[in-house]
Design a protein around this ligand. Structure first.
Ligand SMILES: NC(=O)c1ccc[n+]([C@@H]2O[C@H](COP(=O)([O-])OP(=O)(O)OC[C@H]3O[C@@H](n4cnc5c(N)ncnc54)[C@H](OP(=O)(O)O)[C@@H]3O)[C@@H](O)[C@H]2O)c1
Length: 294
């Protein structure tokens, strides 16, 4: 089976080597073509264009920044859906809005192709070692067709319902976590203003029921250590925008989601957008300190 992979950012750079290691033939395309170079050295091939990749590959993954990127890549005039795609299967893995999945899935269907939404829970490390959790929306027959390849990337493949439901499930999973970082920022700002030690607060929170699984690995970043960025502040802002907008469509009020969105947007506007998402915390503590005139 010939696999296509579009989007060689942080996640793509981890997932393509995993697919190659598992024995799949992989053809890649990236908007900035030079990012393919390390993957070509591992045995991937590079397509000249998106329509050429789509017609060459049986199954094509996309892993892209946001809704705008997904719409551009699936463009029926210049993107994946511009060529001969009847019978092809697309697997869209980005964290985006379900409404965008409905649009691109309909365009794919009109051209005789199928599309699954399969956003991934897990970050760069699990992507590299095939330990992701796939949240899949779409037809059961397409999920079974994709399963051998998804299982190379994932510790678990969960089919959660029809087209768009995988993407909705991803927003459901990530929303409490995005809000958690803002809640943590507020509690640590309280402690800091009252004179408690930041490292000790983090150590004790992580050792209590208030510490989520992702906290311990973020502690060095919160304390100022420079580490490779797995997911950034503006990425969480993008997710929270998708969560609150999708909740509105369903008539669901999201007061804490909206508050977290305002904070991640302010941190982005203050120049922290490309920093690790945990940079929200030192940013917020400093903001509170300055506001207090200290
Ligand atoms: N990083 C994580 O830990 C993580 C975990 C789970 C899910 N996710 C989700 O996975 C997706 C990708 O994340 P990432 O961290 O890999 O992002 P990333 O490092 O920022 O990479 C984004 C990719 O999208 C491409 N792109 C952006 N705009 C485009 C456009 N208009 N047309 C064509 N290509 C475009 C970029 O191409 P260029 O190279 O040309 O910029 C790059 O290949 C996001 O939706 C994210 O929320 C991320």
């Amino acid at each position: 089976m010939q696999i296509g992979f579009v989007g060689l950012g942080r996640m793509g750079q981890a997932m393509v080597p995993r697919l190659l290691e598992c024995g799949f033939a992989v053809q890649v395309w990236n908007r900035t073509p030079g990012r393919a170079t390390p993957l070509l050295a591992l045995g991937a091939t590079q397509a000249d264009s998106l329509p050429a990749l789509a017609s060459h590959c049986d199954l094509t993954f996309t892993m892209l920044t946001d809704d705008g990127a997904v719409e551009a890549v699936f463009s029926p005039t210049s993107g994946l859906l511009a060529g001969e795609v009847a019978g092809k299967l697309f697997i869209e893995m980005s964290t985006i809005r379900p409404s965008t999945i409905h649009t691109v899935a309909a365009l794919a269907r009109e051209r005789g192709a199928s599309l699954l939404d399969a956003p991934m829970s897990g970050t760069v490390g699990p992507a590299r070692s095939g330990q992701l959790l796939a949240l899949v929306g779409g037809a059961a027959a397409d999920v079974e067709r994709a399963r051998p390849v998804l299982e190379a990337l994932c510790r678990r493949v969960a089919h959660v319902g029809p087209s768009g439901s995988g993407t909705t499930m991803k927003l459901v999973l990530n929303m409490p976590m995005a809000i958690y970082w803002q809640a943590l920022a507020e509690s640590l700002a309280l402690g800091s203003q009252a004179g408690l030690d930041l490292a000790q607060m983090l150590d004790l929170i992580a050792d209590s029921p208030a510490g989520i699984g992702a906290l311990r690995i973020k502690i060095p970043v919160i304390l100022g250590e420079q580490q490779p960025v797995a997911f950034d502040v503006t990425g969480v802002r993008k997710d929270l925008l998708a969560m609150t907008a999708t909740a509105q469509l369903h008539g669901v009020p999201t007061p804490t989601g909206s508050a977290a969105l305002a904070s991640f947007a302010a941190a982005t506007a203050a120049g922290h957008g490309t920093e690790d998402l945990a940079a929200l915390i030192p940013y917020y503590i400093e903001l509170v300190r300055k506001t207090a005139g200290q």
